[in-house]
Write a protein that binds this ligand. Structure first.
Ligand code: EPU
Length: 430
């Protein structure tokens, strides 16, 4: 069991390079199931969610060749079976993309119900609604989603009742090889939705409108191999931006698409942080005090929910009272208790958190309770006076490549240490 030990209270200075986008990679890799040939995928982040999804594909019979640290060649043409073994798929949210991809290729799929971070209920009814509109029978029993179309799916009109990233991308996967046209209305517009459409199109699909709320997918009979580079991770970049805001200093954040960061940049500027944009980098600088602000999370291009915990830490360091409103998930404030141990003053009422800026946190032993909350705990440790120990960092390593090395490159005093067994046992309690 690894934990991170951080000596905080020192500003960050230097350059950090952002990896490929997790939430694009975990959809694009399963999308290779639809492709008859070799997919060369570049800019793959080295994170445990990606390792897991690659191992699931390999177990199903796919061949995965490592070309270099961030490039893989994935060939799924040998996969013959559309039923997944129980094991690792349950530990991953993104395993739901295997339903759309297998259903699109084989006309049937049997996939364990997905896992992932706990933010209250995480239904997949909109995914299922889409598959059923395309002619599949879908039922959930024995912990599995069973979907069967008895042949090729048929294109259809699908109106999403909620803007769902997962449902939009999953329906896109299922529709790529369907007969006729599928139209997704009220579609999600996140950068990774566009990236998946671009990947599929580069393999021969016919998808229009990704990035708007109406996506049209004209089914094709075959996708062939090709080469594709995943976009940089918007949330990883935003996390380093929030770290500079909270801890102070100046960092050049490279390999980003500044357009994808605009919602984060705008909030940080309101708080008095300077952000300069270059073609594929942003420079973030915080020298003076931070101003309070209000933030409401929303689907893209609104402020991303996956940046909410990191910004909460920055707001603890600001002057005055800020309001955070979570507009996507029912329960994404489980980390607040950990921040209170460091001196934060935060009251939560349902989806709203009232953050009294305290200007100063003090180091403590805290836990990562999910991926982004874990990143927020690291930021709190960087900003706090004294020593902080963050446990359960496996949550963080699901989605942040080499966070300890990257932060050390910014001058942070952070080390990963293996916790003694008795501490690890304590961590598992509850
Ligand atoms: N929803 C439904 N029914 C559905 C699907 C979603 O009611 O069938 C609701 C959800 O309960 C939620 C809202 O719609 O209230 C949005 O959920 P969405 O489907 O967009 O979320 P997701 O696909 O499960 C992805 C990311 C999350 C990110 C959300 C929102 C992946 C693997 N996960 O989840 O990322 O928070 O979109 O942007 O792409 C993270 O990276 O830390 C993470 C949790």
């Amino acid at each position: 069991m690894t934990k991170y030990v951080i000596q905080g209270g020192r500003p960050l200075h230097g350059t950090v390079e952002i990896s490929g986008a997790k939430n694009a990679a975990v959809a694009i890799i399963p999308a290779a199931i639809l492709v008859d040939g070799v997919c060369r995928i570049e800019n793959i982040p080295q994170i445990s969610d990606v390792t897991l999804i690659l191992s699931i594909l390999q177990e199903m019979g796919a061949s995965v060749r490592t070309v270099n640290r961030t490039t893989m060649e994935v060939d799924c043409s040998c996969i013959r079976n559309s039923r997944l073994a129980e094991g690792p798929a349950r530990r991953l949210r993104a395993s739901y993309y295997l339903i759309g991809a297998l259903l699109g290729r084989f006309g049937s799929a049997e996939v364990p119900m997905p896992g992932g971070c706990d933010f209250g209920g995480r239904p997949i009814d909109q995914h299922i609604k889409g598959f059923m509109a395309m002619g599949a029978q879908v039922d959930v029993n024995g912990g599995y989603v069973h979907a069967n179309a008895g042949g090729r799916l048929r294109g259809s009109q699908v109106y999403l009742d909620v803007v769902s990233v997962g449902a939009t991308m999953n329906i896109m996967l299922a529709a790529a090889l369907a007969e006729g046209m599928t139209v997704i209305e009220n579609a999600a517009r996140e950068p990774h939705v566009v990236d998946l459409a671009n990947f599929l199109n580069s393999m021969g699909a016919n998808i229009m409108g990704a990035g708007t709320d109406v996506i049209k997918i004209r089914g094709v009979s075959r996708l062939g191999g090709g080469s594709y580079t995943i976009i940089p991770d918007q949330i990883e970049a935003g996390t380093y931006m929030a770290a500079v805001a909270a801890a102070g200093g100046e960092a050049r954040i490279e390999n980003v698409i500044p357009k994808h960061l605009e919602c984060i940049t705008a909030k940080l500027q309101e708080m008095g942080v300077e952000v300069e944009e270059e073609d594929d980098a942003v420079i973030v600088r915080r020298t003076g005090p931070l101003n309070r602000t209000n933030i409401k999370t929303m689907p893209y291009p609104g402020f991303p929910t996956d940046m909410q915990p990191q910004m909460a830490v920055a707001l603890c360091m600001a002057q005055g009272t800020s309001l955070l409103t979570e507009g996507v998930w029912d329960n994404r404030y489980r980390y607040v208790g950990e921040l209170r141990r460091m001196g934060a003053q935060i009251q939560v009422d349902g989806k709203i958190a009232v953050i009294e800026g305290v200007g100063r946190l003090s180091g403590a032993k805290i836990q990562a309770c999910d991926l982004r909350a874990g990143a927020a705990m690291v930021i709190a440790g960087l900003a706090a006076q004294g020593a902080t120990e963050v446990s359960r960092v496996y949550h963080i390593e699901r989605g942040y490549e080499d966070i300890v090395r990257k932060l050390s490159g910014l001058g942070a005093d952070i080390r990963a240490v293996v916790a003694p067994e008795e501490e690890a046992a304590e961590e598992n309690v509850g």
